[in-house]
Design a protein around this ligand. Structure first.
Ligand code: F6R
Length: 264
C-alpha cells in the first residue's frame, strides 16, 4: 500500500489525474472504474484539462462506475448518471458505447441487472484502475459498514450517516434515495490497481481506521489492506489521524528515487 501525502486537496486531484493519464498512454484501451462525489470533481476537472491540452485520449477507454442511486432517472440532477455526464463524459471523448453505469432506474430484476453488470466487467477483461472516494463511515462505493468483504454488485440500503451526508444535496422536503446499486467490496478488490482519494478533516478518522486499523467489515475501506496495489492520496487534514505519517513520507522519498513510475 502506498500512501501519498500532499498539503493541498488540489495536489491530490492533479496527481490522481496524472496517474490515470499515464496509464492510458501506456494502455489506450484501459478499463477505468469511476466514482462520483465531491472529491472526484477536481479529478475530472484535471482530466478534462489534460484532454483539452491533447495530453490524453479517452477514445478507447472503457468505463464502469461504482454505483448509482436506486429510483432516480438518469436525467435527475442528483443521479450519478447526470453527475458523470456533467463533470466528465460530455467534456471528453469517452465513446458512449464504452460507458457503463449500474442501472438505478428501479425497474426489473435487481439480481439479474447486477449479475449482468459483473458479467460486463468480466467481458471487458476486468478493471485496470479503480478510482475510489471514501465515506465518513469508511464506505467505498456504497458498501456501508458491515458489508461483506466478499460482496458483489448488489442493491444496498444506505446508512443513516450516508443519508445525512447526502441530504444536503437535495432540496428541503425532497426525499433523497434510501438505496443504491453498488459494486461490492469483492468486485472492487478484483481491480488491478486502486486509487483512493480523501480530502478534509471529516475523512481523517475513516482514513486512519482504513489504513492502520484491523481489516473489518465495520470499515469497508479496511479491506483494501488485502489488495496488492492500492494507493491512498490524502491531503493534510485527511491524513491528520494517521500514526505512521513520518514513515509514509520516507516511503514516498524512496519511491521517488527507486520506482518513480508509481507516482506519475
Ligand atoms: C460515489 C461513491 C462514494 C463516495 C464517498 C465520498 O460514487 O462511491 O463512496 O466516493 O461517499 O463522497 P464525497 O467525495 O462526496 O465525500
Amino acid at each position: 500500500m502506498l500512501v501519498i501525502l500532499k498539503r493541498e486537496a488540489g495536489e491530490i486531484y492533479e496527481q490522481a489525474a496524472q496517474l490515470i493519464a499515464s496509464a492510458i498512454k501506456k494502455k489506450p484501451e484501459l478499463t477505468l472504474g469511476l466514482a462520483t462525489g465531491s472529491t472526484m470533481v477536481g479529478v475530472y476537472d484535471h482530466l478534462v484539462r489534460l484532454y483539452q491540452a491533447g495530453s490524453v485520449d479517452f477514445s478507447q477507454v472503457v468505463t464502469f462506475n461504482l454505483d448509482e442511486y436506486l429510483g432516480l432517472p438518469a436525467s435527475h440532477p442528483h443521479s450519478f448518471h447526470y453527475f458523470m455526464h456533467e463533470h466528465f463524459f460530455r467534456r471528453v471523448n469517452v465513446q458512449p458505447r464504452n460507458i457503463h453505469m449500474p442501472d438505478g432506474s428501479g425497474r426489473g430484476n435487481y439480481d439479474q441487472s447486477c449479475a449482468s453488470y459483473e458479467q460486463a466487467i468480466r467481458a471487458a477483461g476486468g478493471i485496470d484502475i479503480q478510482l475510489l472516494g471514501i465515506g465518513r463511515n469508511g464506505h467505498i462505493g456504497f458498501n456501508e459498514p458491515t458489508s461483506s468483504l466478499a460482496s458483489r454488485t448488489r442493491l444496498k440500503v444506505l446508512s443513516r450517516e450516508t443519508l445525512d451526508d447526502n441530504s444536503k444535496f437535495f432540496a428541503p422536503g425532497e426525499e433523497s434515495p434510501r438505496c443504491a446499486i453498488t459494486m461490492g467490496i469483492g468486485t472492487i478488490l478484483e481491480a488491478r490497481k486502486i486509487l483512493l482519494l480523501a480530502t478534509g478533516a471529516a475523512k481523517a478518522a475513516a482514513i486512519a481506521k482504513s489504513i492502520e486499523g484491523p481489516v473489518a467489515s465495520a470499515v469497508s475501506a479496511s479491506a483494501l489492506q488485502l489488495h496488492p496495489d492500492v494507493t491512498f492520496l490524502l491531503d493534510e487534514p485527511a491524513a491528520s489521524q494517521l500514526a505512521q505519517r513520518d514513515y509514509y513520507h520516507r516511503v514516498l522519498e524512496m519511491t521517488a528515487l527507486l520506482t518513480p513510475d508509481r507516482l506519475a
